[in-house]
Design a binder for this molecule. Structure first.
Ligand code: HAM
Length: 460
């Protein structure tokens, strides 16, 4: 090969590996906007999120629950089985991976949890009490209280077959809101039981399975559609709408006292719900809880108790919590029988709730923080040494690394970053082994020995 031919083939090799889209991207700037329906968490947002999560964790841990986690990706089969049609058909982020496996990003945590528990169900001491705060993905139309990525506290208990687990789960759900300082009247707990619904469908209405499913779905979305739409769909489902519609409407309006008048309703489920109310009364959380037969829950795995918790402020219509009992989920993975019950509490709706009711403290972890401006380049070593001493004593301390910009601007940076104190180290202070501490909240300023200043900052 001649020199020219060799050079041409060498160049061709190089050029043919640069994809065209890379060439055009180099001149075009990428957008800074994040993907639709998601949030970027800047440090101040993380501060809020950490505060919110640590309150949830403290309550869950106080009941003896242990934290777990699982991968973001699962086989799609995990959700096809029982997650429910709407999520699987419309909201799943799924794709074929490079090894030809059909995978999905988790839209909820319960199937992963069931998989993990099933893998060790024999060796785990019962009851199993676990919690997690995963991020979940659902392809939704973003709106108030609904995003495509949200975080969800999941609390679940396995191995308790009586409604005593329901008592604990509801008590904890309320305790979490109380831990944020929520007044009792700021939220409402709506409870029902799938056995009540199923017995109403099969015994009272005598509906075939292929009618029961669509009716459950229609009742679930009743509040989201117009009454004309509801009526029309009802007519399409009920074989004898004229006779059956009043019975459906009566059912939806029932209290726990009146539902026993409807023939065919599962008596054991009613007795369990009555037990729940008696127990909750003795724990002082009964006032917030109501029986509501229109609670359906969209997931196919629930078999017993179901509940949702709502903000009572009409501004926030989406549920804060959703949960219930699932007897057969472990059965997807093994022959073992282990009943689970739990809930999911979403961070988006919780944040709306906390802000609406004024429950977010103004100062979130900003106290006990010191910012050290650098007055002159030659003070750098002394400044770093003092910062080291302060951190060793547990003080959060950020230092300027360059003597620029001017001092006034450095002070402004500290204020903008939300610092409580300025530790000022000038020539004088370095000579005397002292430091001037300025409190940015009160405006007061005093000089302290370097060895003593940590105690002052920590308020000891
Ligand atoms: P879920 O009702 O789908 O239940 O979700 C629980 C909570 O998560 C909702 O009440 C809401 O606060 C929040 N949430 C759900 N989807 C979104 C979204 N797209 N954007 C913002 N927040 C959302 C479950 O996921 C069940 N796996 C919960 C469970 C645990 N059941 C038993 N154990």
């Amino acid at each position: 090969m001649g020199l020219q031919a060799a050079m041409q083939s060498h160049l061709a090799l190089h050029f043919c590996f640069i994809p065209m889209e890379r060439i055009s991207l180099a001149s075009k700037k990428l957008p800074t906007a994040n993907y639709k329906g998601t949030r970027d968490f800047y440090p101040e947002d993380m501060q809020f999120r950490n505060w919110m999560f640590s309150k949830m964790e403290t309550v869950a841990e106080s009941y003896g629950y242990g934290k777990y986690d699982s991968p973001l990706l699962e086989s799609i089969d995990l959700y096809r089985a029982k997650t429910g049609e709407e999520i699987v058909q419309k909201q799943l982020y799924d794709f074929i991976d490079k090894g030809e496996r059909h995978v999905a990003i988790r839209p909820e945590m319960t199937p992963s949890l069931a998989r993990m528990v099933a893998a060790r169900s024999r060796e785990l001491p019962k009851p199993i009490r676990w919690y997690s705060i995963p991020n979940l993905w659902r392809y939704e139309a973003p709106g108030k209280g609904r995003l495509r990525e949200h975080w969800q506290l999941n609390v679940d208990i396995f191995g308790v077959n009586t409604y005593r687990a329901e008592v604990e789960i509801l008590q904890m759900a309320c305790d979490i809101l109380f831990a944020f300082g929520a007044p009792a009247e700021s939220f409402a707990v709506k409870v029902s039981d799938r056995r009540v619904l199923n017995s109403f469908f099969s015994n009272t209405l005598q509906l075939a399975e292929d009618k029961a499913q669509p009716l459950a779905k229609l009742l679930d979305k009743r509040n989201k559609i117009s009454s004309e739409e509801f009526e029309k769909e009802l007519q399409g489902i009920l074989p004898d709408c004229e006779k059956q519609k009043p019975v459906v409407m009566q059912y939806l309006d029932c209290s726990l006292e009146t539902i026993v008048q409807i023939p065919g309703i599962d008596e054991k489920a009613i007795a369990d719900l009555q037990f729940l109310f008696t127990e909750l009364k003795s724990l002082g959380v009964e006032a917030q809880v109501d029986f509501d037969p229109s609670i359906i829950r969209g997931f196919d795995y629930y078999t017993g108790f179901i509940f949702e918790i709502f903000d009572t402020d009409p501004e926030n219509r989406r549920s804060l919590y959703g949960g219930g009992r699932y007897d057969n989920l472990i059965g997807l993975f093994s022959n073992d029988q282990l009943s689970g019950i739990g809930f999911g509490l979403g961070d988006v709706t919780l944040e709306n709730f906390l802000r609406t009711h004024g429950l977010v403290p103004e100062q979130l972890g900003k106290t006990h923080k010191v910012f050290m401006p650098l007055l002159a380049e030659e003070n750098f070593a002394a400044s770093m040494q003092l910062a080291k001493k302060l951190r060793e004593r547990g003080v959060i301390c950020e230092t300027m690394l360059e003597g620029k910009p001017k001092l006034g601007k450095q002070f402004a940076i500290a204020e903008k970053k939300g610092y409580r104190y300025l530790a000022i180290l000038g020539e004088d202070e370095i000579q005397k082994n002292t430091v001037t501490l300025k409190d940015l909240v009160s405006g007061e300023q005093s000089e302290y020995k370097q060895d003593e200043v940590a105690e002052i900052i920590l308020g000891k």
